[in-house]
Write a protein that binds this ligand. Sequence first.
Ligand SMILES: *[C@@H]1O[C@H](CO)[C@@H](O)[C@H](O)[C@H]1NC(C)=O
Length: 178
Amino acid sequence: MYTYSVIFVLCFYVSYGQVLVFNQCPDLPVQRNFDVEKFMGNWYERNVYTAGSGGDRCNLDTFRSTDCGSFNLNMTDAGDWLVSGRARPIGAEAAKLVVDYFVGANAELPYWILETDYNSYAVAWSCLQSPAATLRYAWVLTRNRNSEEALQRGLSVFEKLSIDTSYLKEVDQNNCSN
Ligand SMILES: *[C@@H]1O[C@H](CO)[C@@H](O)[C@H](O)[C@H]1NC(C)=O
């Protein structure tokens, strides 16, 4: 069962273009005193950290709180549904969550809010440790679809934390109907 879960999660991860790195997940600092309620609502994906070619369009994530620091999320692109999930905090730091993605089986992946000011930018990070490697994904999110200033604030988090930015791909947010 454990093996099955790991393989499933790996397949799920890889199919979404996650970056495979052969070392440990970095112990990155997360947003202090993360306030789930202030984070809820709509966020536009401006950059994603992916081994894929990019090419995503109009990605919009919607967050709704449930209880006890938990929330539901929907990820959509170009107006179409992509994936839904349920996030819950693990441990003492509210910004460190895991998300159960509803993809027909249990796919539980980390979801950390590295930094946010709640009303303009946020950086979310996911690193899954498996015995041989790590699988990484990240998002630069902004409240406003086109704000360059918010995007730059998000990108600066990667520089500050010395995360390799070569995998960051822009999400096209032009001519969107959602
Ligand atoms: C996700 O989408 C479903 C179907 O449209 C909706 O019922 C649900 O409330 C949405 N959840 C969030 C977090 O937006």
